[in-house]
Unconditional design. Sequence first.
Length: 369
Amino acid sequence: MQTFIKASELEKTGYENGLDAFGIAKADQFSKTLEILKARKEQGLHAGMNFTYRNPVRSSTPAITMPDAQSLIVGAKSYWKPREEAIDKSDPQGRIALYAQENYYEKLREGLSAVAGKLESKGYKTIILIDDNALVDREAAYRAGIGWYGKNANILIPKRGSWFVLGSILTDAIFEPSTPAKEYCGSCTKCINACPTEAIISPGVIDSNRCLAWLVQSPKDFPPEFREALGDKMYGCDDCQDVCPINKYEERVENLNNRRSRSTVSILNILEQDDETLISKYGRWYIPQRDPRYLRRNALLVLGNIGTAQSKKVQTIVSHYLKSTDSMLRSYAVWTAKRLGLTNLLMGMENDGSKDVQRELALQVRQID
Protein backbone atom coordinates (compact mmCIF):
# COMPACT_ATOMS: atom_id res chain seq x y z
CA MET A 1 0.00 0.00 0.00
CA GLN A 2 1.35 3.40 -0.97
CA THR A 3 1.15 6.30 1.44
CA PHE A 4 1.72 9.98 0.70
CA ILE A 5 5.18 11.50 1.11
CA LYS A 6 6.20 15.10 0.47
CA ALA A 7 8.99 15.93 -1.96
CA SER A 8 10.43 18.27 0.67
CA GLU A 9 10.83 15.31 3.03
CA LEU A 10 12.80 13.43 0.39
CA GLU A 11 14.92 16.48 -0.29
CA LYS A 12 15.71 16.82 3.41
CA THR A 13 16.70 13.16 3.55
CA GLY A 14 18.97 13.59 0.53
CA TYR A 15 20.82 16.55 1.99
CA GLU A 16 21.14 14.86 5.37
CA ASN A 17 22.81 11.92 3.63
CA GLY A 18 25.37 13.86 1.65
CA LEU A 19 23.69 15.12 -1.50
CA ASP A 20 24.71 18.61 -2.62
CA ALA A 21 21.80 19.21 -5.00
CA PHE A 22 18.33 17.71 -5.40
CA GLY A 23 15.60 17.99 -8.02
CA ILE A 24 12.61 16.22 -9.53
CA ALA A 25 11.50 15.73 -13.14
CA LYS A 26 8.72 13.85 -14.88
CA ALA A 27 9.80 10.46 -16.21
CA ASP A 28 8.89 11.39 -19.78
CA GLN A 29 10.98 10.44 -22.79
CA PHE A 30 13.88 12.80 -23.51
CA SER A 31 12.70 13.34 -27.09
CA LYS A 32 15.13 16.12 -27.99
CA THR A 33 18.03 14.24 -26.40
CA LEU A 34 17.15 11.15 -28.42
CA GLU A 35 17.37 13.11 -31.66
CA ILE A 36 20.65 14.70 -30.61
CA LEU A 37 22.20 11.31 -29.75
CA LYS A 38 21.14 9.86 -33.08
CA ALA A 39 22.40 12.86 -35.05
CA ARG A 40 25.78 13.01 -33.33
CA LYS A 41 26.24 9.29 -33.71
CA GLU A 42 25.50 9.57 -37.43
CA GLN A 43 28.01 12.44 -37.67
CA GLY A 44 30.64 10.30 -35.92
CA LEU A 45 31.06 12.77 -33.06
CA HIS A 46 30.79 9.91 -30.54
CA ALA A 47 34.13 8.51 -31.83
CA GLY A 48 33.00 4.94 -31.25
CA MET A 49 32.02 5.61 -27.65
CA ASN A 50 29.25 3.35 -26.44
CA PHE A 51 27.66 4.23 -23.09
CA THR A 52 24.45 6.20 -23.79
CA TYR A 53 25.22 6.08 -27.53
CA ARG A 54 24.95 2.29 -27.46
CA ASN A 55 21.16 2.39 -27.35
CA PRO A 56 19.92 5.99 -27.63
CA VAL A 57 16.25 5.00 -27.34
CA ARG A 58 16.87 3.20 -24.06
CA SER A 59 19.07 5.92 -22.55
CA SER A 60 16.50 8.61 -23.32
CA THR A 61 13.38 6.65 -22.35
CA PRO A 62 13.03 6.05 -18.58
CA ALA A 63 9.97 3.82 -19.13
CA ILE A 64 12.15 1.15 -20.75
CA THR A 65 13.97 0.70 -17.44
CA MET A 66 10.81 1.11 -15.31
CA PRO A 67 7.56 0.82 -17.32
CA ASP A 68 5.43 2.47 -14.64
CA ALA A 69 7.92 5.24 -13.81
CA GLN A 70 6.28 8.57 -13.04
CA SER A 71 9.11 10.67 -11.64
CA LEU A 72 12.87 11.08 -11.80
CA ILE A 73 14.53 12.17 -8.58
CA VAL A 74 17.99 13.53 -9.34
CA GLY A 75 20.87 14.09 -6.96
CA ALA A 76 24.36 15.57 -7.31
CA LYS A 77 27.50 15.10 -5.23
CA SER A 78 30.46 17.47 -5.35
CA TYR A 79 33.92 16.08 -6.08
CA TRP A 80 35.89 19.32 -6.10
CA LYS A 81 38.92 19.61 -3.82
CA PRO A 82 41.98 21.87 -3.97
CA ARG A 83 44.75 20.12 -5.85
CA GLU A 84 47.86 18.97 -4.05
CA GLU A 85 51.17 19.66 -5.71
CA ALA A 86 53.45 16.75 -6.55
CA ILE A 87 55.85 16.06 -3.69
CA ASP A 88 58.76 14.57 -5.65
CA LYS A 89 59.59 16.92 -8.52
CA SER A 90 62.24 14.52 -9.88
CA ASP A 91 59.59 11.87 -10.55
CA PRO A 92 57.37 12.72 -13.57
CA GLN A 93 53.81 13.11 -12.32
CA GLY A 94 50.70 12.57 -14.42
CA ARG A 95 47.54 14.51 -13.61
CA ILE A 96 44.29 12.74 -12.78
CA ALA A 97 40.91 14.40 -13.37
CA LEU A 98 39.28 15.34 -10.09
CA TYR A 99 36.26 13.06 -10.48
CA ALA A 100 38.52 10.01 -10.81
CA GLN A 101 40.54 10.54 -7.65
CA GLU A 102 38.02 8.92 -5.32
CA ASN A 103 34.88 6.85 -5.72
CA TYR A 104 32.48 9.78 -5.57
CA TYR A 105 29.77 7.70 -7.19
CA GLU A 106 29.67 5.56 -4.06
CA LYS A 107 29.14 8.67 -1.95
CA LEU A 108 26.38 9.75 -4.33
CA ARG A 109 24.82 6.30 -4.05
CA GLU A 110 24.64 6.66 -0.26
CA GLY A 111 22.53 9.80 -0.58
CA LEU A 112 20.25 8.43 -3.29
CA SER A 113 19.85 5.12 -1.45
CA ALA A 114 18.59 6.98 1.61
CA VAL A 115 16.02 8.79 -0.53
CA ALA A 116 15.02 5.55 -2.26
CA GLY A 117 14.66 3.83 1.11
CA LYS A 118 12.27 6.55 2.23
CA LEU A 119 10.15 6.02 -0.88
CA GLU A 120 10.15 2.25 -0.50
CA SER A 121 9.04 2.56 3.13
CA LYS A 122 5.93 4.29 1.77
CA GLY A 123 5.25 1.51 -0.71
CA TYR A 124 6.76 3.01 -3.87
CA LYS A 125 9.06 1.29 -6.32
CA THR A 126 12.53 2.66 -7.03
CA ILE A 127 15.47 2.00 -9.33
CA ILE A 128 18.73 3.88 -8.77
CA LEU A 129 20.78 4.77 -11.88
CA ILE A 130 24.32 6.05 -11.35
CA ASP A 131 26.91 6.24 -14.14
CA ASP A 132 24.60 3.93 -16.06
CA ASN A 133 24.04 3.80 -19.83
CA ALA A 134 20.31 3.33 -19.19
CA LEU A 135 19.88 7.08 -18.71
CA VAL A 136 21.44 10.32 -19.96
CA ASP A 137 22.15 11.68 -16.49
CA ARG A 138 22.88 15.24 -17.61
CA GLU A 139 19.50 15.56 -19.29
CA ALA A 140 17.80 14.15 -16.20
CA ALA A 141 19.60 16.76 -14.08
CA TYR A 142 18.67 19.55 -16.50
CA ARG A 143 15.00 18.53 -16.47
CA ALA A 144 15.04 18.31 -12.67
CA GLY A 145 16.21 21.90 -12.35
CA ILE A 146 19.60 20.89 -10.94
CA GLY A 147 21.40 23.13 -13.44
CA TRP A 148 21.77 24.21 -17.05
CA TYR A 149 23.95 23.00 -19.90
CA GLY A 150 27.26 24.83 -20.07
CA LYS A 151 28.97 25.41 -23.39
CA ASN A 152 31.28 22.49 -22.55
CA ALA A 153 28.14 20.27 -22.31
CA ASN A 154 28.51 19.85 -18.54
CA ILE A 155 25.65 20.61 -16.18
CA LEU A 156 26.33 23.83 -14.26
CA ILE A 157 24.65 24.13 -10.89
CA PRO A 158 23.80 27.74 -9.94
CA LYS A 159 26.57 29.27 -7.79
CA ARG A 160 28.32 25.87 -7.58
CA GLY A 161 29.45 24.92 -11.08
CA SER A 162 30.08 21.56 -12.71
CA TRP A 163 32.30 19.69 -10.24
CA PHE A 164 29.57 17.13 -9.54
CA VAL A 165 28.68 13.52 -10.26
CA LEU A 166 25.02 12.93 -11.07
CA GLY A 167 22.56 10.13 -10.41
CA SER A 168 18.83 9.46 -10.54
CA ILE A 169 16.05 7.47 -8.92
CA LEU A 170 13.24 6.18 -11.09
CA THR A 171 10.03 5.82 -9.11
CA ASP A 172 6.34 5.25 -9.60
CA ALA A 173 5.60 8.05 -7.10
CA ILE A 174 4.13 11.21 -8.62
CA PHE A 175 5.63 14.61 -7.74
CA GLU A 176 5.54 18.11 -9.14
CA PRO A 177 8.70 18.75 -11.18
CA SER A 178 11.26 21.24 -9.91
CA THR A 179 11.59 24.71 -11.43
CA PRO A 180 14.13 24.77 -14.31
CA ALA A 181 17.45 26.45 -13.57
CA LYS A 182 18.24 29.75 -15.27
CA GLU A 183 21.11 29.81 -17.75
CA TYR A 184 23.99 32.12 -16.80
CA CYS A 185 26.75 31.46 -19.36
CA GLY A 186 25.82 34.49 -21.43
CA SER A 187 28.56 35.48 -23.88
CA CYS A 188 31.33 33.69 -21.94
CA THR A 189 33.40 31.29 -24.08
CA LYS A 190 36.25 30.53 -21.67
CA CYS A 191 35.66 26.77 -21.75
CA ILE A 192 35.62 26.72 -25.56
CA ASN A 193 38.84 28.72 -25.73
CA ALA A 194 40.58 26.61 -23.08
CA CYS A 195 40.11 23.23 -24.78
CA PRO A 196 43.62 22.16 -25.86
CA THR A 197 42.35 20.21 -28.89
CA GLU A 198 39.40 22.44 -29.89
CA ALA A 199 37.02 19.58 -29.14
CA ILE A 200 34.13 21.96 -28.29
CA ILE A 201 33.14 22.60 -31.88
CA SER A 202 30.13 24.75 -30.98
CA PRO A 203 28.38 25.63 -27.72
CA GLY A 204 27.35 22.36 -26.05
CA VAL A 205 28.70 20.15 -28.85
CA ILE A 206 31.76 17.98 -28.23
CA ASP A 207 33.67 16.14 -30.94
CA SER A 208 34.83 13.10 -28.96
CA ASN A 209 37.38 12.35 -31.68
CA ARG A 210 39.30 15.33 -30.31
CA CYS A 211 38.36 15.21 -26.61
CA LEU A 212 41.29 14.17 -24.40
CA ALA A 213 38.94 12.89 -21.69
CA TRP A 214 37.70 10.30 -24.18
CA LEU A 215 40.96 9.63 -25.99
CA VAL A 216 42.67 8.40 -22.80
CA GLN A 217 39.82 5.89 -22.43
CA SER A 218 39.52 4.88 -26.07
CA PRO A 219 40.90 1.52 -27.26
CA LYS A 220 41.74 3.11 -30.60
CA ASP A 221 45.13 4.52 -31.51
CA PHE A 222 45.82 7.82 -29.76
CA PRO A 223 45.88 10.36 -32.62
CA PRO A 224 49.43 11.71 -33.12
CA GLU A 225 48.13 15.25 -33.65
CA PHE A 226 46.78 15.39 -30.08
CA ARG A 227 49.61 13.72 -28.17
CA GLU A 228 51.46 16.92 -27.36
CA ALA A 229 48.20 18.52 -26.20
CA LEU A 230 47.81 15.65 -23.74
CA GLY A 231 50.66 17.15 -21.75
CA ASP A 232 50.77 15.59 -18.30
CA LYS A 233 47.19 14.28 -18.31
CA MET A 234 47.27 10.60 -17.37
CA TYR A 235 43.50 10.18 -17.01
CA GLY A 236 40.73 12.64 -17.78
CA CYS A 237 40.90 16.35 -18.57
CA ASP A 238 39.56 19.24 -16.48
CA ASP A 239 40.76 22.16 -18.61
CA CYS A 240 37.30 23.38 -19.66
CA GLN A 241 36.09 23.20 -16.06
CA ASP A 242 39.17 24.82 -14.53
CA VAL A 243 38.52 28.10 -16.37
CA CYS A 244 34.74 28.24 -15.81
CA PRO A 245 33.81 31.31 -13.72
CA ILE A 246 30.83 29.50 -12.17
CA ASN A 247 33.19 26.84 -10.80
CA LYS A 248 34.99 29.48 -8.75
CA TYR A 249 32.04 29.48 -6.34
CA GLU A 250 32.59 25.81 -5.56
CA GLU A 251 36.32 26.38 -5.07
CA ARG A 252 35.62 29.02 -2.44
CA VAL A 253 33.21 26.71 -0.62
CA GLU A 254 35.60 23.78 -0.53
CA ASN A 255 38.65 25.88 0.36
CA LEU A 256 36.88 26.67 3.61
CA ASN A 257 36.81 22.95 4.36
CA ASN A 258 40.59 22.74 3.79
CA ARG A 259 40.38 19.42 1.93
CA ARG A 260 43.20 18.40 -0.36
CA SER A 261 43.31 16.11 -3.35
CA ARG A 262 46.20 13.90 -4.43
CA SER A 263 45.78 14.81 -8.05
CA THR A 264 48.84 13.16 -9.60
CA VAL A 265 50.36 9.71 -9.98
CA SER A 266 53.93 8.63 -10.67
CA ILE A 267 54.30 7.89 -14.37
CA LEU A 268 57.41 5.79 -13.79
CA ASN A 269 55.60 3.69 -11.18
CA ILE A 270 52.76 2.96 -13.59
CA LEU A 271 55.25 1.86 -16.22
CA GLU A 272 57.02 -0.40 -13.73
CA GLN A 273 54.04 -2.06 -12.06
CA ASP A 274 52.53 -5.39 -13.08
CA ASP A 275 48.99 -5.93 -14.38
CA GLU A 276 47.52 -7.04 -11.06
CA THR A 277 48.87 -4.02 -9.20
CA LEU A 278 47.63 -1.57 -11.83
CA ILE A 279 44.11 -2.99 -11.85
CA SER A 280 44.07 -3.08 -8.07
CA LYS A 281 45.01 0.61 -7.85
CA TYR A 282 43.17 2.04 -10.84
CA GLY A 283 40.46 -0.49 -11.64
CA ARG A 284 37.71 1.99 -10.73
CA TRP A 285 38.68 4.02 -13.81
CA TYR A 286 37.26 3.13 -17.19
CA ILE A 287 40.00 1.06 -18.83
CA PRO A 288 39.16 -0.60 -22.18
CA GLN A 289 38.60 -4.33 -21.62
CA ARG A 290 40.18 -3.71 -18.19
CA ASP A 291 43.49 -4.09 -19.98
CA PRO A 292 46.39 -2.30 -18.20
CA ARG A 293 48.15 -1.85 -21.54
CA TYR A 294 46.02 1.25 -22.08
CA LEU A 295 47.23 2.76 -18.82
CA ARG A 296 50.80 2.12 -19.97
CA ARG A 297 49.99 3.67 -23.35
CA ASN A 298 48.82 6.86 -21.65
CA ALA A 299 51.83 6.82 -19.32
CA LEU A 300 54.28 6.51 -22.23
CA LEU A 301 52.70 9.50 -23.96
CA VAL A 302 52.81 11.59 -20.78
CA LEU A 303 56.42 10.54 -20.17
CA GLY A 304 57.27 11.78 -23.64
CA ASN A 305 55.74 15.16 -22.80
CA ILE A 306 57.20 15.73 -19.33
CA GLY A 307 60.04 13.26 -18.85
CA THR A 308 63.72 14.19 -18.49
CA ALA A 309 65.88 12.66 -21.21
CA GLN A 310 68.98 12.82 -19.00
CA SER A 311 67.36 10.61 -16.34
CA LYS A 312 68.90 7.14 -16.32
CA LYS A 313 65.64 5.71 -14.99
CA VAL A 314 63.66 7.29 -17.83
CA GLN A 315 66.13 5.92 -20.36
CA THR A 316 65.93 2.45 -18.83
CA ILE A 317 62.12 2.41 -18.92
CA VAL A 318 61.91 3.66 -22.51
CA SER A 319 64.50 1.07 -23.57
CA HIS A 320 62.51 -1.64 -21.79
CA TYR A 321 59.31 -0.76 -23.67
CA LEU A 322 61.11 -0.58 -26.99
CA LYS A 323 61.91 -4.26 -26.43
CA SER A 324 58.39 -5.19 -25.26
CA THR A 325 56.68 -8.21 -26.79
CA ASP A 326 53.60 -6.01 -27.17
CA SER A 327 53.80 -4.18 -30.51
CA MET A 328 51.33 -1.51 -29.37
CA LEU A 329 53.52 -0.55 -26.43
CA ARG A 330 56.67 -0.71 -28.57
CA SER A 331 55.11 1.71 -31.01
CA TYR A 332 54.24 4.26 -28.31
CA ALA A 333 57.72 3.85 -26.83
CA VAL A 334 59.10 4.87 -30.24
CA TRP A 335 57.11 8.12 -30.03
CA THR A 336 58.31 8.69 -26.46
CA ALA A 337 61.95 8.15 -27.44
CA LYS A 338 61.65 10.56 -30.36
CA ARG A 339 59.83 13.17 -28.27
CA LEU A 340 62.57 13.03 -25.60
CA GLY A 341 65.36 13.07 -28.14
CA LEU A 342 66.49 9.54 -27.20
CA THR A 343 66.84 8.49 -30.83
CA ASN A 344 69.98 6.50 -29.97
CA LEU A 345 67.65 3.95 -28.37
CA LEU A 346 65.95 3.34 -31.72
CA MET A 347 68.91 1.66 -33.38
CA GLY A 348 67.74 -1.57 -35.03
CA MET A 349 64.04 -0.66 -34.75
CA GLU A 350 63.87 -0.29 -38.54
CA ASN A 351 63.90 -4.09 -38.63
CA ASP A 352 60.83 -4.39 -36.41
CA GLY A 353 58.07 -6.25 -38.28
CA SER A 354 55.22 -4.32 -36.66
CA LYS A 355 53.30 -1.92 -38.90
CA ASP A 356 52.52 0.19 -35.84
CA VAL A 357 56.19 0.52 -35.00
CA GLN A 358 57.11 1.39 -38.58
CA ARG A 359 54.36 4.02 -38.66
CA GLU A 360 55.77 5.64 -35.53
CA LEU A 361 59.32 5.54 -36.90
CA ALA A 362 58.13 7.44 -39.97
CA LEU A 363 56.17 9.99 -37.93
CA GLN A 364 57.51 13.51 -37.53
CA VAL A 365 57.72 14.22 -33.80
CA ARG A 366 58.68 17.56 -32.26
CA GLN A 367 61.34 17.09 -29.58
CA ILE A 368 60.58 18.71 -26.23
CA ASP A 369 62.72 21.66 -25.19
